[in-house]
Design a protein around this ligand. Structure first.
Ligand code: SF4
Ligand code: SF4
Ligand code: SF4
Length: 347
């Protein structure tokens, strides 16, 4: 790729041909405000807030979808740009409810942060309008259509990232509206994770909390299948209250399925098995691990003596890590003496 040298707010940066102004600015360490842009999505150029001035251009250009060219000189902040950004934010707030005090997103809302950053005041009394064709709620999602800023990140994430096409755009009387098709939704929660505002919020929670009450976020690997998606567990009062995908890590790059994102309450189930159970003629009884493992070893030996090793078969669990699955097949082939070994995810 051809190298391109550009200047951003006086800082020179070397990038490759095809790089956008936004990407070059990031490399130069210059922040440019965005709303409809998200790193995992194709740039859509909807909100206009990332517009910057380019020397020689009479009008600002969008940083998210304009490629740099050799010698380009870019200004990302000026009185003109600040006025333009304030105007965009004012227009959004004009149809937005004053919900910050009760909004789950307050504290990490991209709209709230920009309104604060650009000190947008004097908006008057807002006239909130719904940007959805209907208010919907599912087991996991609660939609707040008046808080939506029509950035379409959710629509694009549902199609571009998840391939579900459950959200679409239709024409409304005052602009585009978002339409939700429950028959296509798989409750993956990607739309919630990518929404910059509190227009889509998590419905599943053991109690309500504010963003700043999350004590820590613990990175881990999803236990549900062998893909190994990377998760962040949001912990409050020592309990997991929410799960999000790690956006800059393979293999999922932020994406999760319904189990990985929402299937965490089993951890706190009273019915969870924590001790081995041995079946007796009177039913199950609790046993120690040593007793249970001794019983299994004794029964294996008895079966092998009576019927040979091929009378035993093993099926390893798809939730196991590669190393455990390797050990399982090694144990069956080298210790038991049979090739009767399979994996439940193969079927
Ligand atoms: S979406 Fe953001 S700006 Fe709107 S009410 Fe919620 S926190 Fe406030
Ligand atoms: S939960 Fe997933 S499938 Fe359903 S609308 Fe959101 S992104 Fe689309
Ligand atoms: S629901 Fe959220 S992500 Fe979707 S368009 Fe509205 S603000 Fe953007």
């Amino acid at each position: 790729m051809k190298p391109v040298r550009v200047k951003i707010d006086g800082r020179e940066v070397l990038v490759t041909e095809g790089t956008t102004i936004l990407q070059a600015a990031e490399k130069a360490g210059v922040p440019i405000p965005t709303l409809c842009f998200h790193k995992r999505l194709e740039p859509a150029g909807i909100c206009g807030i990332c517009a910057v001035e380019v020397e020689g251009n009479p009008e600002p250009v969008l940083a998210c979808n304009t490629s740099v060219s050799e010698g380009m000189s870019i200004v990302t902040s000026s009185d003109k740009l600040t006025a333009m950004r304030r105007e965009i934010l004012k227009n959004l707030l004009a149809h937005h409810p004053m919900d910050c005090p009760i909004c789950d997103k307050a504290g990490e809302c991209e709209l709230q942060d920009l309104v604060y950053k650009y000190n947008v005041t004097g908006v008057g009394t807002p006239k909130p309008i719904s940007k959805f064709t209907e208010t919907y709620t599912t087991t996991f999602i609660r939609a707040w259509p008046e808080r939506c800023i029509s950035c379409l990140r959710c629509v694009r994430a549902c199609s571009e990232l998840q391939g579900n096409y459950a959200l679409s755009v239709v024409d409304g009387p005052e602009g585009v509206l978002i339409s939700y098709d429950p028959s296509k939704c798989v409750s993956c929660g990607e739309c919630i994770q990518i929404c910059p505002t509190g227009a889509l919020t998590e419905k599943k929670a053991w109690e309500r909390w504010r963003i700043w009450q999350i004590e820590r976020k613990v990175r881990t690997t999803c236990p549900y299948c062998g893909v190994g998606c990377q998760l962040l567990l949001h912990v409050r009062k020592g309990k997991i209250v929410k799960v999000t995908g790690v956006e800059d890590a393979e293999p999922n790059r932020g994406r999760l399925c319904v189990k990985g994102r929402y299937g965490f309450d089993f951890i706190y189930s009273e019915e969870r098995l924590k001790t081995p159970l041995i079946r007796t003629s009177a039913g199950f009884r609790e046993a120690s691990w040593n007793e249970a493992l001794d019983l299994i070893a004794r029964r294996f030996k008895e079966i092998i003596k009576l019927h040979g090793p091929d009378a035993i078969a093993g099926v390893s669990c798809a939730r196991s890590i590669n190393e455990d699955s390797y050990n399982m097949q090694k144990f069956f082939r080298a210790v038991i003496g049979t090739n009767n070994i399979d994996h439940c995810a193969r079927t």
